[in-house]
Write a protein that binds this ligand. Structure first.
Ligand code: NAP
Length: 318
């Protein structure tokens, strides 16, 4: 198996000697640039499924060594980060399990936690620590060229340690994410999945639907949709251009929480529909006043700014 070297680590504030990034898309590439910028690992190895992505990674110097097999990539790694779509986490875990170094930590960056824990946990040997995680940072772009070192800056990273996890392994992983600029919190898997269904998964589905509806409206030609697109619709189209594989997997694996939130969404939508039909301006005004306060709370919490166009060119919570 071939392992191609690129550049050496700066070793300023080493957190792990060797980190393996499995999957070389937006999240893994952003991690690599942040890790290298701050010298957080001695060596970073990488693996992606296709030869094409591995070649791109070599071309742009993404990872110190890009390996052609999962076994080579994880060999002797102190931290293995699964950066693949949620739907294949289990299969990847099964494949790497025999090659994991005793004492290593395995984490992931999947947008859903209960399903990933169910998929991955059973494959891992007792000799490794499993500390699932989820960075609330992302863009609509994907692939090895899409990452940037500041993606996680001031964004939350949620750790979801499974029962019996060694606190020292969790603390070390926390320090890596903090060194990459993230704010770290811990949460249980069920709560995580419900919170993310509200804040990310259902909004994505609504954006996909809205863009689909516009596409279906024969009265409005595609050209008009593009030419006159206002901020609201433009935001929907940006979100709806997110990676289809990633989002298919998110909905299939966070089924219960997403359906629960969409049920509530539908009820609220019907109530607003009724208010519009009955000319109930008070209802609409009260509702929009309440939602405006939520927006203010998000800005006060530092999760967005009032600046126009913020988030459209950089990282947003996912
Ligand atoms: P991405 O840019 O689409 O990259 C995914 C990578 O996984 C690609 O390099 C792909 O390889 C590789 N891959 C796919 N199947 C594989 C397999 N069976 N074995 C090995 N590698 C495989 O994805 P991403 O946006 O970085 O997302 C990665 C994970 O982060 C997902 O679980 C997602 O839920 C989570 N996440 C994403 C965001 C976001 O905004 N994008 C935010 C937070 C969390 P090829 O290129 O060869 O196909």
């Amino acid at each position: 198996m071939r392992c191609a070297s690129s550049k050496a680590g700066a070793q300023m504030a080493l957190v792990y000697d060797r980190i393996a990034l499995i999957g070389l898309g937006l999240i893994a590439s952003s991690m690599y640039w942040a890790i290298k910028r701050d010298g957080l690992a001695g060596e970073v190895t990488g693996f992606a499924r296709s030869a094409e992505t591995r070649e791109t990674a070599r071309e742009i110097g993404l990872c110190d060594r890009v390996c052609d097999s999962l076994a080579d990539a994880v060999a002797d790694a102190d931290l293995v980060v699964l950066c693949v779509p949620v739907g294949v986490m289990g299969a990847v875990a099964a494949e790497i399990a025999p090659f994991l170094k005793p004492g290593a930590t395995v984490t992931d960056v999947g947008s859903v936690k209960k399903d990933v824990i169910t998929q991955v946990g059973p494959h891992l040997p007792d000799s490794v620590h499993f500390v699932p995680g989820h960075p609330l940072a992302g863009t609509e772009h994907s692939g090895p060229r899409s990452g940037f070192a500041d993606l996680f800056k001031n964004r939350w990273h949620l750790l979801v340690p499974v029962e019996g996890t060694d606190p020292a392994a969790t603390a070390r992983l926390r320090s890596l994410w903090e060194a990459m600029g993230a704010k770290v919190d811990e949460m249980d898997a069920e709560h995580h999945d419900l919170v993310l269904a509200v804040t990310s998964h259902a909004p994505h589905l609504i954006a996909y639907t809205m863009v689909g509806v516009a596409d279906d409206l024969r009265r409005v030609t595609d050209e008009e949709v593009i030419q006159y697109s206002a901020t609201g619709f433009r935001d929907f189209t940006r979100i709806a251009s997110s990676d289809p594989t990633m989002w298919r997997d998110v909905f299939l694996s966070n089924k219960d929480a997403t359906l629960e939130v969409l049920g509530r969404f539908t009820e609220e939508l019907f109530a607003l529909q009724r208010a519009i039909r009955q000319g109930d301006g008070d209802h609409l005004h009260d509702y929009f006043t309440r939602t405006r306060a939520i927006r203010r709370g998000i800005i006060e919490a530092g999760q967005d700014t009032d600046a126009p166009n913020f988030g459209r060119d950089g990282g947003v919570a996912k």
